[in-house]
Design a protein around this ligand. Sequence first.
Ligand SMILES: [Zn+2]
Length: 99
Amino acid sequence: MILDEFLRSVEADPEFAKSPPGHLQISDVKTTMAGEISIGWHWYFDWVEPYEERLENLSAITCCLCGHQGDIVRNGNRSEPLCGYCHVQDRRTDGYGSE
Ligand SMILES: [Zn+2]
């Protein structure tokens, strides 16, 4: 999910069209101990760096319940990354936002 969005962002960048076809190739995708995604490239371009940083940040705030992209949500004295869907589910079941 996160990686798909990352690749779409990279391909949407004007620099991507200027790069020789096939030069922007991912050789390796790993998840670090911290839960962040780390990408190895066959060829690397400087303009990719901001996208890659963003990907690493995104992967560090992946929903802790379902693995989708999430955001840090404060819930009382807890803070945890949740996606919009799980956040809503959480609020519905905590006795406050019940419908
Ligand atoms: Zn979720």
